[in-house]
Design a protein around this ligand. Structure first.
Ligand SMILES: NC(=O)C1=CN([C@@H]2O[C@H](COP(=O)(O)OP(=O)(O)OC[C@H]3O[C@@H](n4cnc5c(N)ncnc54)[C@H](O)[C@@H]3O)[C@@H](O)[C@H]2O)C=CC1
Ligand SMILES: O=C(O)[C@@H]1CCC=N1
Length: 272
């Protein structure tokens, strides 16, 4: 059901801001008149179906008229955002900008850091979020409902967890694509026609992976069932494991987490 409050997205013309704004309108979490978007030009594509959505290039105007302010600019662009959000709920999607910095820069103590991913575009993103103590139960209920409308969500108990999940969830839409690319390259090198190879890889990575969602099947149970079957799948899995599949994934997630923490050191100093 649409909420009566006004929701403002700073950077609403960007990849994530546009995806979340669109998903909330499509799911009816917000009425078009309850959404205001800012961009540097003040003109944002993709909202023609909802003429009631307001657009501005003035972040201060957005902050004054919104009850909830979403920060969806890149971390390095945050220094150019000057708003007074003292009595507002501020929700940041930015990687590596701490709640302390967000409070210092916006004047709000009601701060949430959330980490959706690009699958918000199709209403399929899981979003962990972390809230400061000043965030009310009503704020939390709205935040959970909003992100559930875009896929799924959980509140996490520590900001450190959110930093870790930046590399797992925020970056996460890219990892299946990497697996798909590696499989596609292999199939093409073996002479499989491109169309068949592409359909096969999508069928596996997009289609067959849905089995994991069914009944919440644990990944380890699926892998073990296939190893126990002792057929071609077991041979493939064992060779991938022996070649360091687990170590490659760990190295990737470690590197993404380290990058998130490095960003935090770089972008979390309060601006003068
Ligand atoms: N794209 C993704 O999958 C994810 C992104 N994030 C975070 O979300 C934030 C946004 O990311 P994207 O949408 O990918 O970036 P983006 O570059 O597509 O969008 C940022 C938008 O903000 C606009 N902008 C820059 N300065 C502005 C200002 N002063 N006032 C108003 N608008 C301004 C830019 O013109 C751009 O349209 C980043 O901080 C990123 O760390 C987090 C999780 C996933
Ligand atoms: O790659 C990035 O830096 C952004 C933040 C998390 C996911 N995408």
């Amino acid at each position: 059901m649409a909420q009566a409050m006004t929701f403002g997205i700073i950077g609403g013309g960007g990849w994530l801001g546009r995806a979340i704004g669109g998903a909330m309108l499509e799911k009816g979490v917000l009425a078009p008149a309850g959404l205001i978007l800012s961009s540097r030009s003040g003109r944002i594509e993709g909202f023609a179906a909802w003429p009631g959505v307001r657009m501005t290039r003035d972040n201060r105007e957005l902050a004054a008229s919104a009850d909830i302010i979403v920060l969806s600019v890149r971390p390095e662009q945050f220094a150019d955002v000057h708003i007074d959000a003292a009595d507002k709920l501020v929700i940041s999607f930015m990687a590596g900008v701490s709640v302390d910095t967000l409070s210092a820069r916006t004047g709000s103590r009601r701060v949430i850091r959330a980490m959706p991913n690009a699958a918000a575009e199709i209403g399929q993103c899981y979003t962990p979020w972390f809230a400061t103590e000043a965030v009310s139960a009503a704020d939390k209920a709205f935040t959970q409902a909003m992100f559930e409308a875009c896929g799924g969500a959980d509140e996490v108990a520590s900001e450190a967890d959110l930093d870790y999940l930046t590399g797992l969830v925020g970056s996460g839409a890219a990892y299946p694509a990497l697996l798909a690319e590696a499989m596609l390259g292999h199939a093409l090198a073996r002479g499989i026609p491109r169309q068949v190879a592409e359909n096969a890889v999508r069928g596996v990575v997009v289609g067959a992976s849905q089995l994991l969602g069914r009944d919440g099947m644990p990944p380890a149970a699926m892998v073990q069932a296939m190893l126990d079957y002792r057929g071609t799948t077991a041979a493939g899995l064992q060779a991938m494991l022996d070649a360091g599949f687990g170590r490659a994934v760990e190295a990737g997630l470690d590197a993404a987490e380290t990058a998130a923490r490095r960003m935090q050191a770089e972008y979390s100093a309060p601006a003068e």
